[in-house]
Design a protein around this ligand. Sequence first.
Ligand SMILES: Cc1cc2nc3c(=O)[nH]c(=O)nc-3n(C[C@H](O)[C@H](O)[C@H](O)COP(=O)(O)O)c2cc1C
Length: 195
Amino acid sequence: MIKEIRLPKPKEKGSVSIEEALNKRKSVRDYKKASLSIEEVSQLLWSGSGKNLYRRTAPSAGATYPLEIYLVAGEVEGVEPGVYHYSIARHSLVKIKEQDARREVCRAALEQRMIERAPITIIIAAEYGRTTAHYGQRGIRYVHMEVGHVGQNVSLQAVALNMGTVMIGAFDDQRVKEVLEIEEEPLYIIPVGKI
Ligand SMILES: Cc1cc2nc3c(=O)[nH]c(=O)nc-3n(C[C@H](O)[C@H](O)[C@H](O)COP(=O)(O)O)c2cc1C
């Protein structure tokens, strides 16, 4: 099993302006039956909270960075179906589970079928302790604010790549953790596909 996949460098310029992306953003629950390229996946993951010129594309309270990003890959050219952890530091994917998990994630999310149908799903999960260690109970609020930043980045990047997405908050936390085999708390499930 290949453990780490280095992702292509994300683009720093695109043809869709931030204004156009904002104007076109909406929840999309139907996608074309088309696979994504590794370049597209690289761009989407980077947009969420990748390294930028300064720190990261999304802010973090006290730079405590409580969020981890996972990729449920179904149809990505050159990438085997499976569950991957996105290493922000290395801009790479590390496989944590071999098989296509879309069906199981769909089931854990109250049978919201767009998860099963999308070529990929991005899952954002939190280790609250990184932030509450500094800010106590208020850190919980900060983590929830941060996941909104990351989710919005992904949704706008998707629009700019001519893709659609929907932010999913309705799911069984424990089941999602079991399917992904992760310790962090899942907060957002984001299927993405071409439109
Ligand atoms: C926190 C949050 C949770 C959501 N959870 C779901 C969900 O579980 N399933 C779903 O289909 N849409 C979900 N949505 C999407 C909303 O239904 C959608 O944003 C809303 O209907 C407005 O439509 P628009 O995004 O097209 O503007 C969620 C949105 C947010 C912000």
